[in-house]
Design a protein. Structure first.
Ligand code: ZN
Lengths: 98, 1004
C-alpha cells in the first residue's frame, strides 16, 4: 500500500485514493474547430510513460479533491503532488535513499 | 486412572531444571489419539520430543516416515492436522504450534496408521514418481485422467484435510504507522529496538515467536554477565516501559509492499492472536492481519541453518544442529540418548558442547573439513568425544527412525555408528526473503557460502545473521547502529550507548552441499520429496536453470517455499553443470513468507459483511406491510406488497398497477440519487453536463435532463429541480448515483475548476415517496393541508417547492414516472418513517395502495420511459428518441462526439415498443429481433428486446427494444427470438408509449 501525499490532507493510505488518468490534458474549448479524430485523441491518446508520469488522483475517501501527482511508473514512487491548475513541477527523479 | 482411556505417557526425554518452560503448569494434549503431557512454554514439537515421539508424519510423495527437523517456522517435515471439527486445520507446523491444554493433533499422509502406512508402497514405485512426473503424466492418454490418474495422485499426494465446516472464528484487519519497524526480536533486533526506542521514535517490534529473544533462547550466550534469556527480559522490560514502542509477538511480517514516499514501505504482518488457545476468548479474533506503514525498517530476521544432502537424511532423528540446541537449552528436552554431530561449520560444534553440558556425551563429531580450529578439537578431547575430521556421513539407516549411520573417515574407511539422533549443520543461510519482495536480488558471499542481501528496499537496513554477520557481537553492534541511524533518519536524536560485553565465537564454514557416495535416497526438498537424483535428472534433461529446475522437480514449491532446500538444490545443480552458484542465480521468494489463512485476508468481510446493505428510512414500515424485498444496487427495495392470500407475483403486480391507475398508490423512491448543486455558476455548470438547457429553467420548476459521456453515449437521465437562483437538486437513477457523482466531480474539479459551483450527494439525507394516481391531489390536500397549495393552477405539472410542513422542511415535486397525476414528497430522512405512515393514513379513505418496483417497472414500460436496461452504455440520445433534446446553443459534454459518423448512422438500432401478435404470448428480455423468415444467424440480427412487462392495462405482454432503423418500421411484424429462454414470438413494432400517449393523465 502506498502512502500518497494529498495536497489538502497530507500523507494518507492509498486505499483512500482513486486513480484518475493522465494529467494536463485540457478539454478542447467550445469554439475549437476540431475533427472527431482530434477529439478521439483528446479522449483516448495517452503517453503511457515509462518513468515520471503526471497523473490525476482523487482523495475519494477523504477530502474528495482531485489533484495532480508526479509518479515514477517504474518504481511507483511519488515524486510530487500538486493542485489542479498548477504547473507541472520539474521531474527530478526520486533521490536514492541508502 | 480411567481404564478405558489411553494411558498418559511420561516425558522420558525431559531434562531436569533446564529451559524456558513453566514446570508448574503441565498441559495435557493428544497426538493421534494418544494422550501426553508437556509444559506451558512448549511447542507441540518440543512436547512430542520430550515424550519420546520421533515419527510425526509421512512425506508427501513417497510416504516416508518423517520426524522433526527444525525448531522454527521453516519446518518442512513435521506438518500436522490441528484441532477438530470446524476448527480443524491442515499442515500446521508442530515446531511453531504452542502447546495448550487439550490440544489435539493428528499426523497426515498416512493410512491406516502412522506406523503402518500402505501408501509407503509409493516408494517401491519411486521410479515413476521422479522429477517431471506430473508433466510427463499430462502426456498420457487424456481419457484416463479423470478416472485413474487424478484420484490416485490426489490420494497419494494429500497434504492434510481442511475442515469442510464454516470457520466459527473471527478475523480482523488493523493498520499501524511507525517511524521504525524492526522485524525480528533476536539479539540484532532487540539491540536495534533499544537504540530506536531510546531516541523517542515510534517503534514497532515484531517477532513470529511467542518469546522475544530469537537465538538467545536456543543458545548458551552470555551478555554483560547474564544469560541470553535474562538479558532479553531486561531489554523487553525497558521496551515495554517506552511509551512509543509497541511489541507484537506471535506476529510474522510476511510481505513488503509499495511505500510511495522515500524509504516508506507497507508491510503485511499476521498476528496469531488466539492460535495458542483452544478457542479465542470472547470478542477476540483468531488472527489479525496488520498493514504496517513504516518510514524506516530494520530487518533482523536471522538466518536458517541448512541441511546436508546425504542418504537417508530424512530419517526421523536427523535434525538441524541448531534445533537440537534449541530443544536442549530452551525446552529442556534431549532429542535422543545416542547422538552424533555431522557438521561443516564451527557453529555446529556448539551442539556437541551444549549436549555435553546437558549430560549427553556424543558418540562422535564428524566434521567434513580436514582442518578445524584447535580450540574446538581440544574442547572435544576434554569432553572425551571422538572427532572425525575430513569425514562424512554417507548414509543414515533405520526403518521408522534413525538407528545407525555409515561414516566415511578421512582415509576412506567406512565405519558404522549406532545412534538415534544426528545433529546436522551445513552452515547458515541469511533470511533474505523480505529483501527480495520488491524485486531486489540477493548477492553471493563466498565468505559464508550463502546469499546475502543485495539491493534492499529503500529505507531498509539488514543486520545481524540476516546480513550474514553470524556472531553475537556483530549482531548486537549492527542492530544498535541501524536502530540509531533509522531514528536519526526519521528526525529523532539517537542516544549513544555502551556496547555490551559478549564472548567471542567462531563462525567459519566450508560448504558441503551433498555427500556424493550415498547409496540411499538423499533428500534435497523434504516437504516435496525432491531427491538429489531428481536434480540430476533435471540436469540430464536440460532443465538446468534455477527457474526450470524449480518447476520441473517442484523443488522449493511446497508451502515452506524451499527455506531449507533451495540453495542445496541450486548448489547441486551448479556442480552438475560445472557452474558457480552465483552464476546459476537464485529463485525469487514472494509473499507470504509463511502461509497465511485466507480467512485473515478476508477479515470481517465475510458473507453479508462483504458489502453493506442499505435500507431506506421507510424500510421498517414496508416490512410491516409484508413487502418482499430485492436488491437494487446496494439498496434493498420493496419488490411488491402481497395482500393476504396472494401467492402469484403477476396477480400482485396487476392489482398494484390497477390500484395506482384507478385510485392512488405510494412508492418509496428514496434510493434515486440526489445531488445538491449550488453556486454562482450552478446554472452554467448544468448546461455543460446536460444536453439540454437548465439555465433557462425557472425557479420552482423541474426539467427532465439527459447526460452524455464525452464519447457521445448516454450516461444517465433524471430530473433536476431549480430550488433557488443558485441551487439545483439533481436526481439520478438508483444504479448510477455514484457514477454520476464522480462524473460531476471530475467536470467541476478537473475540466472547469474556474466555475463557482459546489456539489454534494444528499441521497441519504432525504426520504422521498411517489404518490401517484387520479386521487393523488386529493390525498395531498388532506395530508399537507395549508402547508402548500397543490391545486393544478398553483402547482402544475413539473412544479416544485420547498415548504415547511408540521415544522419540518419538506419538498414537493410534480413529476411522474408512472404516467399518472403524481407527486414526489421528500422529507429529511429521519422523518421518513413518520412521513410514510402519515401518507398511508391520509390515503386510507382513498384506498391507497403501496406498490413496489415491479409495478413501477410495468408502468414505466407502459409509458415507454427508459431506464438502466436502455441506458446501457451503448445507446445515444438519438437511439432513445431523445436526439432533439440536444441543444445547439451551447457546448456540453459529449456534444461533438455524439455527431461522429458511427453514432449518427441512420442504420443504428432505435428504441421501439413491441407487442406480441398472439396476445397470449409471453415476451422475454434479451430476445433478438429477426425479420420474418430470416435464418437465425448473427448476420441477420436486427437488435434486441431491452425490457418486458405484462401490462395490466392492456392485458398482454409488452416490451421495449432497440431495433435497426426502428422508428421507420412502426407497424412491421418481426420475430423476437430467445434461444436461451425458449421464447420465439412474432411481434408488432409499435411506438414506445403504450398507455396514455398524449400524457393527459399526468397533466390533469
Ligand atoms: Zn485530501
Amino acid at each position: 500500500m502506498l502512502l500518497i501525499e494529498c495536497p489538502f490532507c497530507g500523507a494518507r493510505p492509498e486505499l483512500e485514493f482513486v486513480y484518475g488518468g493522465e494529467a494536463h490534458i485540457a478539454r478542447p474549448a467550445a469554439d475549437a474547430d476540431l475533427t472527431p479524430g482530434q477529439w478521439a485523441a483528446y479522449l483516448y491518446a495517452r503517453s503511457n510513460t515509462r518513468g515520471v508520469h503526471a497523473e490525476r488522483w482523487r482523495h475519494t475517501r477523504g477530502c474528495g479533491r482531485f489533484f495532480n501527482a508526479l509518479r515514477d511508473t517504474t518504481t511507483d514512487q511519488f515524486i510530487a503532488t500538486y493542485e489542479i491548475g498548477q504547473a507541472r513541477p520539474p521531474s527530478v527523479p526520486a533521490q536514492k535513499i541508502p | 486412572m480411567n481404564a478405558s482411556g489411553p494411558q498418559e505417557s511420561a516425558q522420558p526425554n525431559r531434562l531436569a531444571g533446564a529451559g524456558l518452560i513453566d514446570r508448574i503448569r503441565p498441559l495435557s494434549f493428544q497426538f493421534d489419539g494418544k494422550r501426553y503431557t508437556g509444559f506451558d512454554g512448549d511447542t507441540l514439537a518440543s512436547a512430542l520430543l520430550a515424550a519420546g515421539v520421533r515419527l510425526v508424519g509421512r512425506s508427501f510423495k513417497y510416504h516416508r516416515p518423517r520426524g522433526i527437523l527444525t525448531a522454527g517456522s521453516e519446518e518442512p517435515n513435521a506438518l500436522v492436522e490441528l484441532r477438530s471439527g470446524s476448527r480443524r486445520e491442515a499442515n500446521t507446523r508442530a515446531t511453531v504450534v504452542e502447546l495448550f491444554e487439550g490440544l489435539e493433533a493428528r499426523s497426515q499422509n498416512r493410512w491406516p496408521s502412522l506406523a503402518l502406512d500402505v501408501g509407503a508402497v509409493n516408494s517401491l514405485f519411486a521410479p515413476i514418481f521422479v522429477a517431471g512426473f506430473y508433466y510427463k503424466t499430462f502426456m498420457w492418454p487424456a481419457v484416463l485422467w479423470e478416472k485413474l490418474y487424478e484420484p490416485v495422485i490426489r490420494r497419494a499426494a494429500g497434504l492434510g484435510r481442511a475442515s469442510t465446516e464454516a470457520d466459527p472464528d473471527t478475523y480482523e484487519k488493523a493498520y499501524a504507522f511507525c517511524d521504525v519497524l524492526i522485524i525480528g526480536a533476536g539479539p540484532a533486533g532487540l539491540a536495534a529496538a533499544l537504540s530506536t526506542a531510546r531516541s523517542g521514535a515510534r517503534v514497532i517490534l515484531c517477532d513470529e515467536d511467542f518469546l522475544l529473544g530469537g537465538r538467545l533462547n536456543g543458545e548458551r550466550y552470555e551478555i554483560d554477565g547474564v544469560s541470553g534469556p535474562a538479558w532479553t527480559r531486561q531489554v523487553e522490560a525497558e521496551l515495554r516501559a517506552s511509551p512509543e514502542t509497541r511489541i507484537l509477538r506471535r506476529t510474522t511480517v510476511f510481505g513488503v509492499y509499495d511505500g510511495g514516499m522515500s524509504g516508506t514501505h507497507t508491510f503485511a504482518a499476521l498476528q496469531r492472536v488466539s492460535d495458542h488457545l483452544a478457542i479465542p476468548p470472547a470478542h477476540q479474533p483468531r488472527q489479525r492481519l496488520w498493514r504496517i506503514i513504516a518510514q524506516r525498517t530494520v530487518l533482523a530476521a536471522g538466518a536458517l541453518e541448512r541441511p546436508i544432502v546425504f542418504g537417508g537424511n530424512d530419517r526421523p532423528g536427523v535434525m538441524m544442529a541448531s534445533a537440537v540446541r534449541t530443544y536442549v537449552n530452551r525446552f529442556g528436552v534431549i532429542p535422543g540418548r545416542h547422538a552424533a554431530l555431522f557438521t561443516t561449520s564451527d557453529d555446529g560444534w556448539k551442539t556437541a558442547f551444549d549436549l555435553a553440558a546437558a549430560g549427553v556425551r556424543l558418540a562422535a563429531i564428524i566434521d567434513a573439513r580436514s582442518v578445524v580450529a584447535p580450540v574446538l578439537t581440544e574442547e572435544a578431547k576434554r569432553l572425551d568425544t571422538r572427532v572425525f575430521c575430513g569425514a562424512q556421513v554417507v548414509d543414515a539407516h533405520g526403518s521408522r527412525a534413525l538407528e545407525r549411520i555409515t561414516v566415511r573417515e578421512d582415509a576412506g574407511r567406512l565405519s558404522q555408528l549406532q545412534i538415534d539422533t544426528l545433529a546436522v549443520s551445513g552452515g547458515w543461510n541469511p533470511n533474505v526473503a523480505l529483501c527480495t519482495h520488491l524485486g531486489g536480488r540477493p548477492r553471493w558471499s563466498d565468505a559464508i557460502a550463502a546469499f546475502v542481501p543485495g539491493d534492499v528496499p529503500r529505507g531498509m537496513a539488514v543486520v545481524g545473521a540476516a546480513a550474514g554477520s553470524f556472531s553475537l557481537k556483530d549482531a548486537l553492534r549492527e542492530g544498535a547502529a541501524a536502530g540509531a541511524a533509522a531514528a536519526e533518519a526519521t528526525g529523532f536524536k539517537s542516544v549513544k550507548h555502551r556496547e555490551p560485553r559478549v564472548t567471542d565465537e567462531l563462525t567459519a564454514v566450508v560448504p558441503l552441499w551433498c555427500v556424493s557416495e550415498s547409496k540411499t535416497k538423499a533428500f534435497v526438498d523434504f516437504q516435496h520429496d525432491v531427491t538429489r537424483e531428481d536434480v540430476a535428472l533435471a540436469a540430464r534433461e536440460g532443465f538446468s536453470s534455477v527457474e526450470l529446475l524449480k518447476r520441473y522437480t517442484t523443488l522449493g514449491m511446497a508451502t515452506d517455499q524451499g527455506k531449507t532446500s533451495s540453495l542445496n538444490g541450486h548448489a547441486i545443480m551448479a556442480a552438475l553443470t560445472e557452474r558457480a552458484i552465483p552464476e546459476l542465480g537464485t529463485t525469487t521468494s514472494r509473499p507470504p513468507y509463511t502461509p497465511v489463512a485466507l480467512a485473515a485476508f478476508a477479515g470481517v468481510h465475510r458473507g453479508k459483511h462483504f458489502k453493506p446493505t442499505r435500507l431506506t428510512s421507510g424500510h421498517a414500515w414496508a416490512e410491516g406491510r409484508g413487502a418482499t424485498f430485492m436488491e437494487s444496487g446496494e439498496w434493498l427495495r420493496a419488490q411488491w406488497f402481497a395482500a393476504p392470500g396472494e401467492t402469484d407475483w403477476l396477480t400482485i403486480i396487476t392489482r398494484e398497477v390497477r390500484a395506482v391507475r384507478s385510485g392512488v398508490g405510494v412508492c418509496d423512491v428514496s434510493t434515486l440519487g440526489k445531488i445538491d448543486i449550488q453556486g454562482e455558476d450552478a446554472a452554467a455548470f448544468l448546461d455543460r453536463v446536460y444536453i439540454n438547457l437548465f439555465s433557462t429553467l425557472p425557479i420552482g420548476k423541474v426539467r427532465y435532463g439527459l447526460m452524455l459521456r464525452e464519447d457521445g453515449l448516454v450516461l444517465d437521465d433524471g430530473t433536476s429541480a431549480r430550488l433557488a437562483p443558485q441551487q439545483y437538486l439533481m436526481s439520478t437513477t438508483t444504479a448510477n448515483a455514484a457514477k454520476v457523482m464522480r462524473h460531476l466531480e471530475h467536470a467541476r474539479q478537473v475540466l472547469w475548476p474556474e466555475l463557482d459551483v459546489q456539489i454534494v450527494s444528499v441521497t441519504e439525507q432525504w426520504a422521498q415517496y411517489a404518490i401517484a394516481g387520479p386521487n393523488a391531489r386529493r390525498l395531498l390536500e388532506r395530508l399537507l393541508g395549508d402547508a402548500i397549495d397543490v391545486s393544478n393552477a398553483a402547482f402544475p405539472y413539473l412544479a416544485c417547492a420547498e415548504f415547511s410542513w408540521r415544522g419540518v422542511t419538506a419538498r414537493l415535486f410534480r413529476i411522474s414516472f408512472s404516467g399518472e397525476l403524481a407527486y414526489e414528497l421528500a422529507v429529511p430522512a429521519r422523518y421518513g418513517d413518520a412521513a410514510i405512515r402519515a401518507i398511508m393514513s391520509a390515503g386510507e379513505d382513498f384506498g391507497i395502495t403501496p406498490y413496489g418496483i415491479e409495478a413501477l417497472g410495468a408502468m414505466r414500460i407502459e409509458k415507454g420511459h427508459v431506464t438502466g436496461n436502455e441506458l446501457n452504455g451503448t445507446t445515444t440520445a438519438a437511439d432513445l428518441g431523445l436526439g432533439r433534446m440536444m441543444s445547439k446553443k451551447k457546448d456540453f459534454i459529449g456534444r461533438v462526439l455524439a455527431r461522429r459518423a458511427g453514432l449518427a448512422d441512420a442504420n443504428r438500432a432505435a428504441l421501439v415498443g413491441i407487442k406480441p401478435t398472439d396476445k397470449s404470448a409471453r415476451l422475454y428480455a434479451g430476445a433478438h429481433f429477426l425479420t420474418l423468415g430470416a435464418e437465425v444467424s448473427l448476420q441477420n440480427d436486427q437488435g434486441y428486446v431491452t425490457s418486458v412487462a405484462f401490462s395490466p392495462m392492456l392485458g398482454h405482454w409488452i416490451g421495449l427494444g432497440l431495433l435497426v432503423r426502428g422508428q421507420e418500421r412502426l407497424g412491421e411484424r418481426i420475430r423476437a427470438h430467445s434461444p436461451i429462454r425458449g421464447g420465439d414470438v412474432d411481434v408488432e413494432v409499435v411506438a414506445s408509449v403504450f398507455f396514455d400517449p398524449e400524457g393527459a393523465r399526468l397533466q390533469s
